[in-house]
Design a protein around this ligand. Structure first.
Ligand code: SF4
Ligand code: SF4
Length: 156
């Protein structure tokens, strides 16, 4: 199993919060696992229904509620649940493409203004993200059944 990524990608977050909701070009669904909703609920003391909506799909059973097109936890350009934000948010502008038998592939969004600026993301950086994904999503043979939906959902 190989880890693949675009070499020489620079990224530094510009704190523009463009990724925290809809843009003129794109509607963004902020998808969450059940355990992420549970963790956010515990920390914020909000009921899951106050900040999320069931999606009816697996593995992301919930979608973050938005207010005026922006995540309800966004205040100005700050995430109010930053340490507990979902993995999709933590990975952005990167996402893990549908795993195949041979490789895990990280893609990068061209919508993020932080791409092309700052430090180069190297193998170690992607390796750490992959480990996080493996821990969070229990990547393994069962993943293959999610097929293309997996990559679409990870890309939000
Ligand atoms: S990840 Fe990209 S889109 Fe999101 S706040 Fe940072 S620079 Fe903006
Ligand atoms: S949880 Fe935080 S980082 Fe994720 S979309 Fe909401 S405000 Fe942005």
């Amino acid at each position: 199993m190989r880890l693949r990524y675009t070499k020489g990608i620079h990224f530094e977050c510009q704190r523009c919060a463009e990724c925290c909701g809809d843009t003129h070009e794109r509607k963004r669904n902020i998808l969450m696992l059940k355990k992420e909703v549970g963790r956010i609920s515990e920390v914020t003391k909000l009921k899951p229904e106050e900040f999320s909506i069931p999606s009816g799909t697996e593995p992301y059973r919930y979608v973050m509620r938005k207010r005026e097109g922006k995540c309800i936890f966004l205040k100005g350009v700050d995430c109010q649940i930053y340490p507990q934000r979902p993995l999709l948010c933590r990975f952005y502008p990167f996402w893990l493409e549908e795993p195949s038998a041979e490789s895990y592939v990280f893609r990068v969004s061209g919508d993020c203004p932080g791409v092309g600026i700052g430090k180069v993301f190297k193998k170690d950086d992607f390796g750490k993200m992959l480990k996080e994904a493996i821990d969070a999503y229990k990547l393994g043979p069962t993943l293959s059944k999610w097929g293309k939906k997996w990559s679409q959902r990870l890309s939000g």
